[in-house]
Design a protein around this ligand. Structure first.
Ligand code: OFO
Length: 161
Protein backbone atom coordinates (compact mmCIF):
# COMPACT_ATOMS: atom_id res chain seq x y z
CA UNK A 1 0.00 0.00 0.00
CA UNK A 2 1.14 3.51 -0.80
CA UNK A 3 2.63 5.28 2.25
CA UNK A 4 0.27 8.25 2.11
CA UNK A 5 -2.83 6.03 1.89
CA UNK A 6 -1.60 3.91 4.82
CA UNK A 7 -0.92 7.04 6.90
CA UNK A 8 -4.34 8.48 6.18
CA UNK A 9 -6.02 5.17 7.09
CA UNK A 10 -3.97 5.06 10.27
CA UNK A 11 -5.05 8.57 11.18
CA UNK A 12 -8.65 7.60 10.44
CA UNK A 13 -8.50 4.80 13.03
CA UNK A 14 -7.79 7.50 15.58
CA UNK A 15 -10.52 9.80 14.23
CA UNK A 16 -13.11 7.03 14.47
CA UNK A 17 -12.12 6.35 18.07
CA UNK A 18 -12.31 10.08 18.72
CA UNK A 19 -15.81 10.04 17.19
CA UNK A 20 -16.74 7.33 19.71
CA UNK A 21 -15.32 9.50 22.48
CA UNK A 22 -17.18 12.58 21.25
CA UNK A 23 -20.48 10.68 21.15
CA UNK A 24 -19.87 9.27 24.58
CA UNK A 25 -19.43 12.86 25.77
CA UNK A 26 -22.71 13.83 24.14
CA UNK A 27 -24.39 10.79 25.70
CA UNK A 28 -23.04 11.81 29.09
CA UNK A 29 -24.43 15.33 28.63
CA UNK A 30 -27.91 13.94 27.90
CA UNK A 31 -27.75 11.57 30.87
CA UNK A 32 -26.96 14.56 33.08
CA UNK A 33 -29.91 16.43 31.54
CA UNK A 34 -32.25 13.54 32.44
CA UNK A 35 -32.86 12.69 28.79
CA UNK A 36 -32.12 8.94 28.75
CA UNK A 37 -33.44 8.40 25.21
CA UNK A 38 -30.95 10.81 23.67
CA UNK A 39 -28.25 9.44 25.99
CA UNK A 40 -28.90 5.93 24.72
CA UNK A 41 -28.97 7.05 21.06
CA UNK A 42 -25.52 8.62 21.32
CA UNK A 43 -24.16 5.69 23.27
CA UNK A 44 -25.21 3.36 20.47
CA UNK A 45 -23.55 5.79 18.06
CA UNK A 46 -20.35 5.68 20.14
CA UNK A 47 -20.35 1.88 19.87
CA UNK A 48 -20.79 2.10 16.10
CA UNK A 49 -17.82 4.43 15.83
CA UNK A 50 -15.63 1.93 17.64
CA UNK A 51 -16.71 -0.66 15.10
CA UNK A 52 -15.68 1.71 12.30
CA UNK A 53 -12.26 2.18 13.89
CA UNK A 54 -11.84 -1.59 14.15
CA UNK A 55 -12.87 -2.12 10.53
CA UNK A 56 -10.01 0.13 9.38
CA UNK A 57 -7.63 -1.35 11.95
CA UNK A 58 -8.34 -4.85 10.64
CA UNK A 59 -8.09 -3.77 7.02
CA UNK A 60 -4.63 -2.30 7.62
CA UNK A 61 -3.41 -5.44 9.36
CA UNK A 62 -4.89 -7.62 6.60
CA UNK A 63 -2.83 -5.62 4.12
CA UNK A 64 0.31 -6.22 6.22
CA UNK A 65 0.44 -2.58 7.26
CA UNK A 66 1.28 -1.43 10.76
CA UNK A 67 -1.30 0.40 12.87
CA UNK A 68 -0.27 3.29 15.08
CA UNK A 69 -2.39 3.52 18.20
CA UNK A 70 -1.91 7.21 18.92
CA UNK A 71 -3.52 8.97 21.88
CA UNK A 72 -7.13 10.06 21.51
CA UNK A 73 -7.83 13.75 21.97
CA UNK A 74 -9.80 14.95 24.98
CA UNK A 75 -13.45 15.84 24.43
CA UNK A 76 -14.34 19.31 25.67
CA UNK A 77 -17.26 19.07 28.04
CA UNK A 78 -19.11 22.36 27.84
CA UNK A 79 -22.31 21.60 25.96
CA UNK A 80 -24.95 24.15 26.87
CA UNK A 81 -28.14 22.86 25.32
CA UNK A 82 -29.61 19.80 23.58
CA UNK A 83 -29.54 21.76 20.33
CA UNK A 84 -25.85 22.55 20.72
CA UNK A 85 -25.17 18.85 21.43
CA UNK A 86 -26.95 17.56 18.33
CA UNK A 87 -25.40 20.29 16.18
CA UNK A 88 -21.95 19.30 17.41
CA UNK A 89 -22.63 15.73 16.24
CA UNK A 90 -23.91 16.95 12.86
CA UNK A 91 -20.84 19.14 12.32
CA UNK A 92 -18.59 16.23 13.23
CA UNK A 93 -20.24 13.88 10.73
CA UNK A 94 -19.59 16.37 7.93
CA UNK A 95 -15.98 16.64 9.02
CA UNK A 96 -15.58 12.85 9.01
CA UNK A 97 -17.12 12.58 5.54
CA UNK A 98 -14.50 15.06 4.32
CA UNK A 99 -11.72 12.97 5.86
CA UNK A 100 -13.00 9.76 4.23
CA UNK A 101 -13.14 11.55 0.87
CA UNK A 102 -9.51 12.63 1.30
CA UNK A 103 -8.45 9.00 1.77
CA UNK A 104 -10.57 7.97 -1.22
CA UNK A 105 -8.85 10.65 -3.33
CA UNK A 106 -5.40 9.46 -2.27
CA UNK A 107 -6.32 5.84 -3.05
CA UNK A 108 -7.73 6.85 -6.45
CA UNK A 109 -4.57 8.80 -7.26
CA UNK A 110 -2.53 5.69 -6.49
CA UNK A 111 -4.89 3.41 -8.46
CA UNK A 112 -5.41 1.49 -5.22
CA UNK A 113 -8.70 -0.17 -6.22
CA UNK A 114 -8.80 -2.43 -3.18
CA UNK A 115 -8.77 0.48 -0.75
CA UNK A 116 -11.34 2.34 -2.82
CA UNK A 117 -13.60 -0.70 -2.65
CA UNK A 118 -13.03 -0.90 1.09
CA UNK A 119 -13.85 2.79 1.53
CA UNK A 120 -17.09 2.56 -0.44
CA UNK A 121 -18.72 1.16 2.68
CA UNK A 122 -17.69 4.27 4.63
CA UNK A 123 -18.98 6.62 1.93
CA UNK A 124 -22.42 4.95 2.15
CA UNK A 125 -22.31 4.92 5.95
CA UNK A 126 -21.46 8.62 6.11
CA UNK A 127 -24.39 9.45 3.85
CA UNK A 128 -26.71 7.68 6.30
CA UNK A 129 -25.08 9.25 9.34
CA UNK A 130 -25.27 12.76 7.89
CA UNK A 131 -28.96 12.19 7.19
CA UNK A 132 -29.56 10.95 10.75
CA UNK A 133 -27.67 13.78 12.37
CA UNK A 134 -29.45 16.37 10.22
CA UNK A 135 -32.83 14.82 11.15
CA UNK A 136 -31.88 15.07 14.80
CA UNK A 137 -31.03 18.79 14.45
CA UNK A 138 -34.33 19.45 12.64
CA UNK A 139 -36.34 17.64 15.33
CA UNK A 140 -34.62 19.35 18.25
CA UNK A 141 -34.93 22.72 16.50
CA UNK A 142 -38.67 22.18 16.07
CA UNK A 143 -39.45 20.67 19.47
CA UNK A 144 -36.52 21.29 21.77
CA UNK A 145 -37.72 24.57 23.29
CA UNK A 146 -40.72 22.98 24.92
CA UNK A 147 -40.03 20.66 27.88
CA UNK A 148 -43.03 18.43 27.20
CA UNK A 149 -42.14 18.00 23.51
CA UNK A 150 -38.53 17.31 24.40
CA UNK A 151 -39.69 14.60 26.81
CA UNK A 152 -41.77 12.96 24.04
CA UNK A 153 -38.92 13.27 21.55
CA UNK A 154 -36.60 11.65 24.08
CA UNK A 155 -38.92 8.64 24.22
CA UNK A 156 -38.92 8.36 20.41
CA UNK A 157 -35.16 8.77 20.07
CA UNK A 158 -34.53 6.20 22.79
CA UNK A 159 -36.09 3.41 20.74
CA UNK A 160 -32.87 3.06 18.66
CA UNK A 161 -31.18 -0.25 19.29
FE1 OFO B 1 -17.61 6.64 11.69
O1 OFO B 1 -19.28 7.02 11.15
FE2 OFO B 1 -19.75 8.77 11.15
O2 OFO B 1 -18.46 9.53 11.97
Amino acid sequence: MNKKVAELLNAQVNKEFYSAYLYLGISKYFTQQNLPGFASWYKVQAEEEQEHAMKIYEYLLDQDEDVTLASIAEVKADLKSPLEAVKEADKHEHYITGEIVKIMDAAAEDKDYRTQLFLNWFITEQEEEERNSKDMVIKVEMLGNDKKNLYLLDKEVGSRK
